[in-house]
Design a protein around this ligand. Structure first.
Ligand SMILES: Nc1ncnc2c1ncn2[C@@H]1O[C@H](COP(=O)(O)OP(=O)(O)OP(=O)(O)O)[C@@H](O)[C@H]1O
Ligand SMILES: [Mg+2]
Length: 323
């Protein structure tokens, strides 16, 4: 049974276009599904419907096997959610939020203390948890919200732009924790983001949403492969070996434009060919001065499907490894 199964899900608001316009998607148990799209694409509206906080206009959605409209209470029991607008009370402490959340889920006091302490430790909030939320930074609120979402051991976790506004360290810590939850605990994660690096780093599969419709879906690797295979650009250590380099590279792909000091090809077999290329050059005694691997990015995918680039997508222009 899939963790999330959505058919023709639609939400129209009275004024304005259809925020979500007939989407279909399936997320398997234990999978991290990245929902990637620019501002106003319909990400939060989808999350609100899947977490039973907003009724769909039409279509169906099953979460943990339960219908979000007919079986809302069961859905809520099975899921955890950290929404874009964290619903925290500035006058309560972190621990007070934990106890309230645990009570709402019918957890015993001892379970709340044990599990709450463990989660506050894991998100680095144990010390701050005795202080009132009003004094927290944005990142601290996000981390407390994540701990609250996990308190009752949900099987399906919804995270709506969990790292927006976080500093790089907090972002990395959250990525680690989300990956660990999926890997070690089999939690299904539905995560929205505007950051293609985030979808790329975390998600097993990505759905790209724009104007309420899913314009592309697949593994990050497959989506990028649709755009084109990776290319490699190599400069030889001795300029005199450039012709030999070109000849050797030609076995692995089609020549493409390169700087005068090097040669480049579009790789027939993608990145898997890099090691054989290095071995072949080594066998020919051609030393490598510089090797650059260029992969298509998810931004290229978005551009291809929509004719626009993703807004606020950070350093999307810089992907490419130097060796
Ligand atoms: N309560 C509402 N009433 C009217 N229109 C709404 C409402 N909520 C969302 N919308 C509209 O629906 C569309 C999708 O909004 P949504 O919040 O789902 O986008 P998003 O992908 O989450 O964007 P962001 O990245 O900015 O959070 C937008 O055009 C938005 O203005
Ligand atoms: Mg949103």
């Amino acid at each position: 049974m899939p963790a999330i199964e959505v058919h023709a899900l639609t939400r129209a608001f009275k004024k304005g276009p259809r925020a979500v316009d007939g989407i279909d998607l399936t997320v398997d148990e234990g999978e991290i599904y990245g929902f990637l799209g620019p501002n106003g694409a319909g990400k939060s509206t989808t999350v609100l419907m899947l977490t039973t906080l907003l009724p769909p206009t039409s279509g169906t959605a099953l979460v943990a096997g339960f219908d979000v409209v007919k079986d809302g209470a069961r859905v809520r029991g099975a899921i955890g959610a950290a929404l874009q607008e964290a619903a925290l009370d500035r006058f309560l402490t972190g621990w007070e939020h934990v106890r309230l959340q645990g009570a709402l889920h019918g957890m015993s006091r001892s379970d709340i203390e044990r599990r709450g302490g463990e989660l506050l430790d894991r998100v680095g909030m144990r010390e701050a948890a005795s202080r009132k939320v009003g004094g927290y930074s944005g990142g601290m609120k996000r981390r407390l919200d994540l701990a609250l979402a996990l308190l009752h051991r949900p099987r399906v976790l919804f995270l709506d732009e969990p790292t927006t506004g976080l500093d790089p360290q907090s972002r990395a810590a959250l990525w680690n924790e989300v990956a660990r939850l999926s890997r070690d605990e089999g939690v299904t994660v539905f995560l929205t983001t505007q950051y293609l690096e985030e979808a790329d780093a975390l998600a097993g599969r990505v759905g790209i949403i724009d104007h309420g419709t899913i314009v592309a879906e697949g593994t990050p690797t497959a989506l990028k492969a649709e755009i084109g295979r990776a290319s490699v650009e190599i400069e030889p250590h001795e300029a005199a070996r450039l012709a030999d380099l070109e000849r050797t590279l030609a076995q692995f792909g089609t020549a493409i434009a390169a700087p005068a000091t090097g040669a480049a090809i579009r790789l027939d077999a993608g990145v898997a060919d890099v090691a054989p290329i290095v071995r072949a050059l080594d066998a020919e005694g051609i030393r490598i001065h510089q090797l650059r691997l260029r992969e298509p990015t998810l931004d290229d995918v978005f551009l291809e499907k929509t004719g626009r680039t993703l807004q606020g997508s950070g350093d999307s222009a810089t992907e490419g490894d130097e060796a």
